[in-house]
Design a protein around this ligand. Structure first.
Ligand SMILES: [Zn+2]
Length: 449
């Protein structure tokens, strides 16, 4: 479809900066022109138009750490320490989840994400052939990196799943779905298996990916203070100077690794993250809820690292709200460092857009509004009491805006939501499916006890 978004303040997050009374021209899935509304209107008189006057037009938000299927566990177990939360609540519940449950949970998260202005989600969960997160994202029209999470105790099963995931989904759904290899964490994946997964990632890339669309890694690193202890106990290895240094010694870190959390880091760890150009997914709400600690984000930014943002799962957050994540990010680091100049609004907005795209090695196509990039664009309504008066758009986006202010969402040139109405799936139906899946899951869980 040929489309013009006309009027409004275009926050490009690219070299054009902010364009007042701007316009964007989209042909099929691609942005072909960006500029002043007056000039664009004359150049493309016959294109279908979305009027964005008085609104903010910006790139869709990028959530770099999710476990989309876990929306079915939203609110199931709160207020426990990570170990107890995982071992006594989450994992026993998840044992009863079928492929269909995973698909339904991911549908719910995909719908919630779109309705909150998120156009790309990096998700780590179990891949199954019959039903899976990739199907759900493609159905809703959400862009995503779909992973399969790997554990030492199920190598053969993992390798089969990764092969099928890559073969069936990498670069599929008009290029909106990519895949990743997801070693769960260094305390659940032994050193030898880490190396094996690294080699497997190379061969999957050779078979199914071109250089421009790599199959990346998505993992959890340095989330809790006792992680070195947990790794030592699990695999009898020595960790002298931090978790990152240990993982690097296995030869598995590079620019195509997304490391979620990076909370407990040594100085050497920070150095290595920079040296290897590892991408960091910062999840302030999850880290606060599980009381994991506070990631040294100002130091990481100072070291030149790419730091992007994530919600983490719907049961450690408990929403997919990237506006909330932006606000927490800005406030948390000011608060703990007693320095209100840290993480200004523009920096945080970059983390939620272009830095997110870089984190997923997808910045050639998404993360900013620029000619030849894919059209992943959101329009935000400013006619709300909490967004008036207006001095600075970026300030409003980080400190005042809410998911419900997002009016229209375009992914890959396709209008997925218009005036808050989803065009691809019926929201009521998705919610009904999720409620039913939850009830059946609880039945199976109780029967097994
Ligand atoms: Zn996580």
């Amino acid at each position: 479809m040929d489309l013009i978004i006309s009027g409004g303040t275009v926050i490009t997050m690219g070299s054009a900066g902010i364009i007042c009374d701007g316009a964007i021209v989209i042909e099929n899935d691609t942005i072909i022109d960006v500029g002043k509304n007056e000039e664009i209107k004359q150049k493309y008189p016959r294109y279908e138009k979305i009027d964005a006057e008085g609104k903010i037009v910006m790139p869709g938000l990028i959530n770099t750490h999710q476990h989309a299927a876990m929306s079915l566990l939203r609110g199931y177990a709160d207020d426990y320490p990570l170990k107890e939360w995982l071992e006594e609540w989450v994992w026993p519940f998840e044992r009863h989840m079928t492929g269909y449950d995973i698909y339904v949970g991911a549908l719910l998260t995909a719908v919630e994400s779109i309705m909150g202005g998120t156009t790309t989600v990096n998700t780590m969960y179990h891949y199954m052939d019959d039903y899976n997160e990739a199907m759900a994202f493609a159905e809703v029209g959400l862009r995503g990196v779909i992973g399969h999470v790997c554990f030492s105790w199920r190598r053969e099963q993992d390798k089969k799943a990764l092969e099928n995931l890559a073969k069936r989904w990498h670069g599929k759904a008009d290029g909106t779905i990519r895949v990743s290899v997801d070693p769960h964490a260094p305390y659940t994946v032994d050193p030898e298996y880490m190396r094996e997964l690294r080699a497997l990632t190379f061969s999957l890339n050779e078979k199914y990916a071109s250089n421009n669309e790599p199959i990346i890694w998505h993992t959890h690193l340095a989330e809790t203070e006792d992680e070195p202890q947990k790794i030592r106990e699990a695999f009898n290895v020595s960790i002298a100077n931090g978790v990152i240094e240990y993982v690097d010694s296995l030869g598995v870190l590079d620019q195509n690794v997304v490391a979620a959390h990076c909370v407990h880091l040594t100085n050497r760890d920070i150095e290595i993250l920079g040296l290897r150009n590892v991408k960091i997914a910062h999840n302030p709400i999850s880290n606060l809820k599980l009381a994991s600690g506070v990631s040294p984000v100002p130091e990481l930014l100072k070291s030149g690292a790419t730091v992007a943002l994530g919600t983490d799962s719907p049961c450690s957050n408990n929403s997919a709200d990237m506006f909330e994540v932006m606000k927490f990010t800005a406030l948390l680091h000011k608060g703990v460092n007693r320095n209100p100049t840290l993480l200004p609004a523009e920096t945080v907005l970059r983390m939620a857009t272009i830095e997110g795209a870089k984190a997923l090695s997808w910045d050639r196509e998404i993360g900013s509004i620029e000619v030849n990039k894919k059209a992943d664009i959101i329009i935000i309504d400013l006619q709300k009491p909490h967004l008036q008066p207006l001095y600075n758009e970026m300030s409003h986006l980080v400190y005042a805006a809410k998911p419900s202010d997002v009016e229209t969402v375009i992914v890959n040139g396709r209008i997925i939501m218009e005036n808050r109405k989803l065009k691809t799936v019926k929201v009521e139906e998705v919610m009904r499916k999720a409620e039913k899946a939850k009830e059946k899951l609880l039945e199976r869980l109780h029967e097994s006890k």
